[in-house]
Design a protein around this ligand. Structure first.
Ligand SMILES: *[C@@H]1O[C@H](CO)[C@@H](O)[C@H](O)[C@H]1NC(C)=O
Length: 174
């Protein structure tokens, strides 16, 4: 299953980390990769729409987890994991906070496509989909009204729903 296929990149090889320290935190604001200094990823809108729909579907299936979770210490040092892929499109999640984080698959999907079938043009433009084929990154837009964030793992502080950044990039091999 693709969703359990973690890709550990970068500084993760550093030994003996117990606290989560991200030496290269990134802002949660949206950055489109057609901005100065960035590399357009040349994605397709079809694949971007597909991965969002897939994640929404995945999280809605009975027996599947409803949350995408980045646990410590696995996700230490700004860990960047692959959430899913389609064709030449990779969806990556990076933990930039200092706490274990967990978000619903719905929130990841909405961050990508603005809300699926119910998204307005404005919603889509504000989501990663609004970066068009260039791709981009932004913090997961958390639906704070979602009752699932009232579950004990959030209210007891085991997890925060903050600190996960989603990136849409091109499979370097494609
Ligand atoms: C996307 O295409 C542009 C223009 O051809 C190129 O400069 C850029 O490197 C490509 N991006 C990737 C990730 O291959």
């Amino acid at each position: 299953m693709m969703l359990s296929n973690k890709l550990l990149l970068g500084a993760l090889a550093l030994a003996s980390q117990t606290a989560a320290i991200c030496f290269a935190p990134e802002p949660t604001k949206r950055i489109c990769y057609d901005e100065a200094g960035a590399t357009p990823q040349n994605l397709t809108l079809q694949e971007i729409t597909y991965v969002a729909g897939y994640l929404r579907y995945y999280g809605s299936q009975k027996g599947n987890p409803q949350f995408y979770t980045m646990n410590l210490p696995d996700a230490d040092n700004c860990a960047e994991w692959q959430v899913t892929t389609k064709g030449s499109t990779w969806v990556m999640a990076k933990l930039v906070g200092d706490q274990a984080a967990s978000v619903t698959f719905d929130d990841i999907a909405n961050t990508i496509d603005g809300g699926g079938a119910t998204a307005t043009d404005e919603d889509k433009a504000a989501a990663l989909l609004g970066c068009n084929t260039a791709g981009g990154q932004m913090g997961v837009v958390v639906d704070a009204e979602d009752p699932r964030y009232q579950q004990p793992q959030f209210t007891d502080g085991t997890y925060t729903n903050q600190g996960i950044i989603i990136k849409l990039v091109r499979n370097p091999g494609a």
